[in-house]
Unconditional design. Structure first.
Length: 260
C-alpha cells in the first residue's frame, strides 16, 4: 500500500492562499434550513468547520482518506459536525445529502463523468453540488514533474503516472452537469494570483500537494533524488523575482437539482 505522504504542516504553509477558492466556492451555495452537508476530501477539518458554520448546517460530515490529515480534524469536531476516514472513490452513501461539497480533492480521481454521476446520485431532490478543482496542469510545475517522472531511474520505479489526472475543460463540466439533469448551474475558470516570497516557494507549494503523489510512490532516497532533479529543471524556467507572482487556475462549479 502506498505510504501516506500528506504532511498537514507542509500543506498549511500556504493556508491563506488556499483559502480564497474555498470561500468563493462556499459563496455559490444557496442557503437553506437544516442542511445536511458532506465534505469530500476534508483535509485537516478546519475549512469543513468553517463550511458547517457558514451554512448553518444541521449535519456536516467530513471524509478524508489521509490518516495524517484526518488526525488534525478531531480538534474541530462539535455537535452536528463529525469526521470519518473515507475514500472518495468508494463514496456511496445510504442516505441522500442536501449539499455534496469538495474543495481541491476530485482532481486525484479519474473518469469525472462517472464520478459526477455518482455524486449526483448522492443528492436529495433540490440538492446542491459544489466542487473546486485545480486546473493548472499546463503550468511548468506540473509539466516538468511529469517529464522528470519519465526519466530513469524514476520511470522504472513508478511504472506509470502515480495518479492519473481526470480534470476536464470548464465547458465539458457544464455539458456534463446539464446531461446529469441539474436544473441550474454555474461553472467558471478563475485565475488566482499568489505573491510568494520567491520562486523557491513554488517548490514548497507543490511539495504540499502535487508532489505527494510522487513521494508516496517512490522510496525516500529516490524521492529525494526526484525532488532535486525536479528543482534543477523547474527553477530556471520561473522568473527570478521577489516577490514571485504565481498564477494558479482553478475551476469552480456549482449545480442544483430540481425539487423532483
Amino acid at each position: 500500500m502506498p505510504q501516506d505522504s500528506w504532511n498537514p504542516a507542509q500543506y498549511e504553509r500556504f493556508a491563506a492562499e488556499r483559502r480564497q477558492p474555498f470561500d468563493d466556492l462556499v459563496a455559490l451555495i444557496e442557503r437553506g434550513p437544516d442542511l445536511r452537508v458532506v465534505d469530500l476530501g476534508c483535509g485537516t477539518g478546519e475549512l469543513t468547520a468553517s463550511l458547517h458554520a457558514t451554512l448553518g448546517a444541521r449535519q456536516t460530515l467530513g471524509l478524508e482518506r489521509s490518516a495524517n490529515m484526518l488526525a488534525r480534524s478531531a480538534a474541530h469536531g462539535r455537535p452536528g459536525l463529525r469526521f470519518e476516514a473515507g475514500d472518495i472513490a468508494a463514496f456511496a452513501p445510504r442516505t441522500a445529502w442536501d449539499v455534496v461539497f469538495s474543495n481541491a480533492a476530485l482532481q486525484w480521481l479519474p473518469d469525472h463523468p462517472a464520478l459526477l454521476a455518482r455524486l449526483r446520485d448522492a443528492l436529495a431532490p433540490g440538492g446542491q453540488l459544489a466542487v473546486q478543482v485545480p486546473a493548472n496542469f499546463d503550468h511548468p510545475t506540473h509539466v516538468l514533474a511529469a517529464e522528470v517522472a519519465a526519466e530513469e531511474p524514476f520511470a522504472s520505479a513508478l511504472g506509470a503516472p502515480p495518479r492519473p489526472l481526470g480534470v476536464l475543460r470548464p465547458e465539458v463540466y457544464a455539458e456534463l452537469l446539464d446531461d446529469l439533469g441539474f436544473a441550474r448551474q454555474s461553472v467558471r475558470l478563475q485565475v488566482y494570483g499568489h505573491h510568494l516570497d520567491s520562486r523557491d516557494d513554488v517548490l514548497e507549494w507543490v511539495r504540499g500537494t502535487m508532489l505527494t503523489a510522487y513521494e508516496s510512490a517512490l522510496s525516500p532516497d529516490l524521492f529525494a533524488a526526484f525532488r532535486e532533479r525536479y528543482r534543477a529543471r523547474l527553477l530556471p524556467v520561473l522568473r527570478d523575482t521577489r516577490p514571485y507572482f504565481y498564477p494558479f487556475k482553478r475551476i469552480l462549479m456549482w449545480a442544483r437539482l430540481g425539487e423532483g
